[in-house]
Design a protein around this ligand. Sequence first.
Ligand SMILES: [Zn+2]
Length: 496
Amino acid sequence: MLSKKNLKSKIFAGALAFTLLVGNFGNKPLDNVSASGKSDINGKAPKYVFYFIGDGLGAAQRQAAEYYVQETTKNKDFKLNINNLPSVGINTTHSLNSLVTDSAAAGTALATGNKTNNGVIAKTPDGKDVTTLIEEAERNGKATGIVTTTRLTHATPASFASHNISRNNENEIALDYLDSGVDFFAGGGARHFLPQGWVDAMPSIGKSKRTDDRNLLSEFDDQGYKVFYGAEQSDSFRNYKPSEQEKVFAAFTGSHMPYEIDRMQNNNVPSLAEITDKAIETLSKDEDGFFLMVEGGRIDHAGHANDLTGVIHDVVAFDKAVKEAIDFYQEHKDETLIVVVGDHETGGMGLGFGKNYFLKLDQLKDVKVSVEDTLQNVYNGNREEYIKYIQDNFGLKDLTQEELKELNKAMDIVDKGQKDEKTYGSYNPVAIATTHILSKRANAYWTTFAHSATQIPMSAIGVNAQAFEGFKDNTEIAKTMAEIMDFKLTEIKKAK
Ligand SMILES: [Zn+2]
């Protein structure tokens, strides 16, 4: 007869054997297996693939943007395109060394199917390069594109076409792009492609950040790319009509592209939708089809700055870019796949605050500027002037005594040259005090100036879109994409 102890160890051994038999059961969900037991992936690989990544696009960000449009247009039936796709899933985002990922580790997961440490770009933590979906698309003869509203060398785009132990090595990442074969680059960040000490012919670019004399824009040009740089060349980009098989490199700003809320004021650089449209027009000339990654990169930055309106307008701009892909899908239904993901949530954005049941997003309708790029630069010591400014440009009229107290507290800190990063992050305290006042009025509030570990929504449409459904880790998104495309992501190339 079995003693209790023996029984326990038998059960343990049995469980162990079962685990060995079926593999790493705890970490391997039964992906791509439908109720009938058959793989969800079937038929030919899609010819055209869109991979949309909203940086910092969590569930709250998606819903705030949708409700905002509903409230401000009085159209209660309004749906964001990204919230209206037929296949839906939920993703976990943790990195290898933290439950709260950064965009490098999250980008690496989404681009390569590998977990890595925060800060690492398309490498394992010990420095081995891992293959990216864009590299595999290249190897399979597809046209490829990388579009973003951040610097092109920023973590998310970098994860698709470069390998680096640190996301901060943006000059090295820029060099990787030269050898990447990617056919269409567009975004910001010209400062990492121009030679050191470069004398500025384009006021919108500013100073180079390179520490060598290489002019990568000229090198792209030598490789046959059609090069656009600076906001000054936005219209020639807009009017550009690609002929057969052309390559494009466009960097409209020195650093990031403007926040959508600032961009809307003068339209001086193309919107994410305009760029996506141009990418489709250019890449669809390749008869092997294309793989296009489009990042809404500044949703994240607005979240960091706890800028509710900034988040909303960048989500709406991202959604309009997705609409361009949906329009293309309507013409090529049997050959197109569109996958929309976030890489993590930013800000710990909560749609509800205090002890009530309200969300008042109409409070945001008179906001005309971003917190980080614009509002942050306004306060100059003149309190009256600042209060007038936020009345006119930040929708804050009739400040209460309590709100004025919050503002004055922040102004005291700035006037004395002090810091309080716990309360205001690394931003200007007056700007953060202002955005927090507005968030409180809207009843949406924040838990962090960094990222959060919350699950995030995924949505998809098109060929094999159903394979992305369900509760998945972010690495499974890349793996599922690879399986659909018959790409091989397991290859580890020689470390550089
Ligand atoms: Zn971030």
